[in-house]
Design a binder for this molecule. Structure first.
Ligand SMILES: [Zn+2]
Length: 413
């Protein structure tokens, strides 16, 4: 039924799409066929031209896929597709938990199928063309299947937690659901390296040698004892490189991509880890967890106020009020709210990045860190000059040029 919420949903869906296009347009205005002065020392002119080409191709592809997904969303809303799916599934079960599970599993599976050609094009056409892709079709297919099962498992756990809590406690379900989701998140973070990573990658302890001794010597100096240093086979999928910290307490580990070891000197790798150790020392991960928990609690709390509006289900084409249609309606409405929360989070994260860079600099590794970041950025053809509004709106990291400027400030007392 086309009530006022129907038009509100259409409006919100369209506004999200238009805003995305504005941001990507602003980014395009910052592209420049002539290499800007600041890029000197990071790119040579030929590499810079390649970077612009890469950016253009990614941008075109993103606009194409965003437009298709916008049109698909509008079509589903217009014809009451979600309500239709609900009515269809009601023929098979009366249980609210089973109904919600079947509903969200069907949607997840459909999204999964629709994404396959896009993911294929990105990997085997764009990434391939620019020399990044090392994924074999076999790895690609295996990733897809494993990703689907992992997704269905997580969706299953979260949806059954929320819907069961709702059937038991009614209006206050969100407090119980919040607890359950927080617990699931903590368990997954704690066992991430043991349960999730091995599904996709091989991790081996970093062998004894110059690099390991350099890392351990630095960790000792920074009074940050760590023995869990692992190398992951990132080269199985891409030539791009990375390094990260995971887990907490005894499970804490440093993970280096094998591609990083090939690209950087030992001192540069130590500088990258000094940055990561800086995050740990300043307890940034804990802020991150608290922020995520607060966001989830806020969203669930807001959701509880909207779920019992029967017009939501009707606007989505449902014949009887249902919990999961209410949830879908709410998720369309919270989009803008979510972006604003993200904006605040990104602002905090960018501050933490500067602080972690400062930590590396305070150990005399500022220069090595910048040289490492230059190599990583140029090798991955990173955009040096996104539009300031795009950085403000959606970047969790400052740009390389901003981090270089900050290092110069760090150096001058
Ligand atoms: Zn960082």
């Amino acid at each position: 039924m086309r009530n006022v919420y129907f038009y509100v949903f259409i409006l919100f869906h369209a506004a999200g799409f238009i805003w995305e296009q504005i941001l990507s347009y602003l980014n395009r205005t910052r592209m420049n066929p002539r290499m800007p002065k600041e890029a000197e020392g990071i790119y040579d002119p030929a590499e810079y031209a390649k970077q612009q080409e890469y950016q253009k191709e990614n941008d075109r592809f993103a606009t194409f896929s965003e437009s298709l997904s916008f049109l698909l969303g509008i079509t589903i809303l217009w014809f009451g597709g979600l309500g239709g799916l609900d009515a269809l599934l009601r023929k098979y079960t009366d249980s609210p938990v089973a109904l919600a599970l079947m509903f969200f599993w069907t949607i997840s599976a459909l999204i999964w199928v629709l994404q396959i050609p896009f993911s294929w094009y990105d990997t085997f056409v764009i990434e391939q063309k620019f020399g990044f892709n090392t994924t074999t079709p076999w790895t690609f297919a295996a990733d897809l299947v494993k990703g689907l099962f992992l997704n269905l498992l997580l969706v299953g756990l979260i949806v059954s937690a929320i819907v069961s809590a709702y059937t038991w406690t009614g209006r206050w379900f969100w407090l119980l659901a919040w607890g359950a989701i927080a617990l699931l998140g903590l368990i997954l973070t704690f066992f991430f390296s043991e349960w999730i990573v091995p599904l996709f990658n091989k991790q081996t302890p970093l062998e004894e040698g110059e690099l390991r001794s350099a890392i351990e010597a630095f960790a000792e100096k920074a009074s940050f004892p760590i023995r869990n240093i692992y190398v992951i086979d990132g080269s199985k999928r891409s030539t791009k490189s990375n390094a990260y910290f995971t887990g907490f307490g005894k499970k804490k580990r440093i993970v280096l991509y094998d591609t990083l070891i090939g690209d950087l000197s030992a001192e540069e790798i130590v500088a990258v880890l000094a940055h990561e150790i800086g995050h740990c020392k300043m307890k940034h991960a804990i802020y991150g967890i608290v922020l995520s928990l607060a966001t989830i609690g806020f969203i669930l709390g807001a959701m509880s106020l909207f779920l019992e509006i029967p017009e939501f289900s009707q606007a989505l084409g449902g014949t009887s009020p249902s919990f999961h249609l209410g949830l879908c309606g709410f998720s369309i409405l919270y989009g803008p709210l979510f972006t604003i929360l993200d904006l605040v989070k990104n602002r905090i994260y960018r501050g933490q990045e500067y602080a972690a860079d400062g930590f590396a600099a305070s150990h005399g590794l500022g220069g090595a860190l910048i040289s490492a970041l230059k190599k990583i950025s140029s090798k991955s053809l990173v955009n040096l000059t996104p539009h300031p509004l795009v950085i403000f709106w959606s970047c969790s990291h400052p740009t390389l040029l901003q981090r270089m400027a900050q290092q110069r400030v760090n150096k001058t007392p």
